[in-house]
Design a protein around this ligand. Structure first.
Ligand code: NDP
Length: 274
């Protein structure tokens, strides 16, 4: 019998680690599947998705630049997807409809609380960015019980929109990038794409304390810029987004297969290379 078909849609997508991660989970649990990459230009995303599921596809992950479009092709949307305004997981429903979900926030929190053993309750967190990934992470940080969440973004309106959507002004508010002097944070999360497309982390080093953690959603070479800033600012705890990548994949995998993989061996294998 043909193996059950899964895929990740993106543009570009050739270097995605998702096929390898899902295949490793499947091998671990004795599940047979095929997991391919599908490169679709923005105007081809919806037809390509429809074709994939019409041909029997059983689940799709979605990455840049299609995460907002993925929300729009779906007839049903999970709360996590609605909150993020973006989806990274599509699952077919009976009757050819699709369900959109987002595992970026849950993957981030699982990585930080379980792999890195950081209890977020009571933390003052700073979030850089207000794009799709930042929105998922902001809600997840609130749910995980941070004491305060400060959001800064290059375009301040987007940060304000996110804070308004969260709607807890006593805990979650925005500031301007250049208005962080004198503030201190336990956790600073980079959810911008500066490491991928260029830009600079122009932040006062005094925002970090001895125990503060810096977390970059990027990994590999794309994490170099923020790591450079964090290291110069004296952080002893720098984490990159490789663990989040594996955990968001595990959350999608569990949704599709009903079994939770052990993420540590897959993370450790990838860690040797990234
Ligand atoms: P978006 O394009 O939706 O958002 C990009 C964000 O970066 C916006 O807040 C944007 O600000 C900001 N930004 C871009 N360039 C600059 C600059 N030069 N200076 C300051 N801010 C800038 O991207 P995503 O939210 O989808 O992804 C963000 C990052 O997270 C990506 O690098 C991606 O690789 C990573 N990621 C990692 C995951 C993982 O599993 N490890 C999962 C998902 C994402 P503005 O609003 O002003 O444009």
């Amino acid at each position: 019998a043909e193996a059950h078909r899964f895929a990740v849609f993106g543009h570009p997508i050739a270097h995605s680690l998702s096929p390898q991660i899902h295949q490793a989970f499947a091998d671990q649990l004795g599940i047979r599947l095929s997991y391919e990459t599908i490169d679709a230009a923005p105007d081809q995303f919806e037809p390509a998705v429809r074709r994939f599921f019409a041909e029997g596809g059983l689940g799709a992950n979605v990455t840049m630049p299609h995460k907002i479009a993925a929300l729009n092709v779906a007839a049903e949307r999970s709360e996590a997807a609605i909150r993020a305004g973006a989806a990274n997981t599509l699952t077919p429903l009976v009757g050819g409809k699709l369900q959109a979900h987002n595992t970026d926030g849950s993957g981030f929190v699982r990585d930080i609380t379980e792999r890195h053993s950081l209890d977020l309750r009571g933390h003052d967190a700073l979030l850089l960015g207000a794009g799709g990934a930042a929105r998922a992470v902001a809600w997840a940080l609130m749910d995980a019980g941070v004491q305060t969440l400060t959001i800064v973004n290059r375009s301040p309106d987007r940060a304000d929109e996110l804070a308004d959507a969260i709607g807890e002004p006593a805990r979650c508010h925005t500031r301007y990038w250049d208005d962080l002097e004198g503030k201190c944070f336990d956790l600073v999360v980079n959810a911008t794409s500066i490491g991928v497309i260029g830009g600079s982390f122009d932040l006062p080093m005094s925002i970090l304390q001895d125990h503060s953690t810096c977390y970059d959603l990027c990994y590999g070479a794309a994490a170099a810029d923020f790591k450079g800033w964090a290291t110069a600012a004296g952080t002893r705890y720098f984490r990159d987004g490789l663990g989040m990548l594996v955990e968001q994949a595990a959350d999608a995998f569990e949704r599709w297969h009903g079994q939770r993989p052990d993420t540590d061996p897959v993370y450790n294998l990838l860690r040797q290379r990234y």
